[in-house]
Design a protein around this ligand. Sequence first.
Ligand code: MLT
Length: 204
Amino acid sequence: MTTLSFVHRFEPAREPGHAPLLLLHGTGADETDLLPLGRMIAPGAALLSPRGKVLEGGAPRFFSRLAEGVFDHEDVRFRADELAAFITEVRAAYDLAAPIAVGFSNGANIAAAVLYRQPEALAGAVLLRAMVPLPETPADLTAKDVLLLSGAMDPIVPAENSTRLARLLTEAGAAVEHRNLPAGHGLSQADVTLAKAWLAAHGN
Ligand code: MLT
């Protein structure tokens, strides 16, 4: 499906009453990558999965970086706003409620950037291996629910960084649950179990 502003996949809800999931892949993956995860953690929900528009040596991403973990902040801002505009577009096209973002790695970082700049675009977020996306203070996040799952042995995201992200989101008003898992940067079974339980506990 390529007629809207991002190449994406859309799977309609199988049951009423679930918020749609906005699935945001990591570097080098595409719009198909997180569909199985979405089906596992929210079996009845609509799934919306765009492909990042930035190419790094051919690998799709959601924004440019200068080096691993060093972000091009101007591009992060531009791309976060572009993704928020896409959310508005797809909600109208498919008649959807505001989605819960489920992002992994680079996808978690762009989801965090959307929370910083346009929190109204999202009903909440599951951030898997996220980092602080921008140097400024986040927008008002009152009543936003966020699950942040970090890897205690993650070589890309230092514990200080994910702890700071949790603190910044909390100070902005979000209800943040932050767990440090015995994992690296890759996803583990615990991520699936915790994300599914968190979504269920938040009405999904
Ligand atoms: C990023 O660039 O968003 C982070 O370094 C995560 C990654 O994509 O490896």
